[in-house]
Design a protein around this ligand. Sequence first.
Ligand code: FNR
Length: 383
Amino acid sequence: MPVITTIDDLKRLHKRRTPKMFYDYCESGSWTEQTFRENTSDFDKIRLRQRVAVDMANRTTASQMIGQDVAMPVALAPVGLTGMQCADGEIKAAKAAEKFGVPFTLSTMSICSIEDVADNTTKPFWFQVYTLKDDDFMQRLFDRAKAAKCSAIVITLDLQILGQRHKDLKNGLTAPPKFTIPTLLNLATKWTWGLQMLQTKRRFFGNIVGHAKEVSDPSSLATWSAEAFDPSLNWDRVAQLMKMWGGPVILKGILDVEDAKKAADLGADAIIVSNHGGRQLDGALSSIRMLEQIVDAVGDRVEVHFDSGIRSGQDVLKAIALGAKGTYIGRAFVNGLGAMGEAGVTKALDVIHTELDLTMALCGHRDIKGVNKDILLVPDDFS
Ligand code: FNR
């Protein structure tokens, strides 16, 4: 077992242990992948100010997201097919998050259901919904999330139609995989993954199968989303969904100041500045480039969260310094899960926490709540 000290180490192990189709599903962006690449490379353009002779004893990364206590301002982002990266992946990730004291967000497109996760955890988690045409199904999802005591709903707004990823098309992505010669050859080299999958008792796509009327087979994400997602989504519909849920709401996928203002007008508890990890509009600016403008425009009216491109605690600190009150990791935790299951997610959180804590200290801060833009050197043409 190699010594793991970075998210990149976990990513290498993830690649080695998980079938190509699902690794590629995680590690890809839409079309040319420009936005996917810039989400991470733009973080490197922001530099940090080193400070010395400042009391760095008794530090804390503890904070709050939508009024809920968190051990650090980092939540696990909703990720579809998490349960294909390793058997019962959503449950394992939720358990790791719970033990670490950070929020876990379950995707609509998860393999394990809301009930599977609720039955195997003790603290409330967050549930993410896509905006679907079928109102009864949406209402049932909200009812099930309430019964499972989910403490917030994340409504994803940047995927009313599905962006295209070349790798998924070329791999013929389905869950479970269809048995073609290339997939069988690849699966033969990932037998520990296969053995675990054979042992799981979960029903695949437990949030959908048996609950959605119109379409019942979500095994092909592209086909299911084209049928079920609502391409006519507008702000009135968002307001309607927020009312249907009636509890704390986080609106995800905001990348534009005008959209941020509309989301704030609706009274959301938080918005997530996000480009879906570069999986939707290829050519959009990186999330981190848009963050400060959006915080300046609406930060006094709505809590601003951030995702897309975080691979380290330094990245988390930069987003917090630019005004985010919370951040989310997607691929970083999935890399851990694919590498080592629950222990891998814990490792990913550990890596990010250690980096966040040390970087914060070396920038002269003991408390995450006191971090601000003074710790950054941002290029003039950055936003
Ligand atoms: C996602 N994301 C996502 N978002 C969402 O709202 N519902 C979902 O089901 C999914 N599914 C999904 C699958 C995979 C494999 C990835 C990588 C991402 C987007 C996710 O919540 C988040 O916005 C990004 O992952 C953030 O970017 P990083 O951290 O992966 O760079």
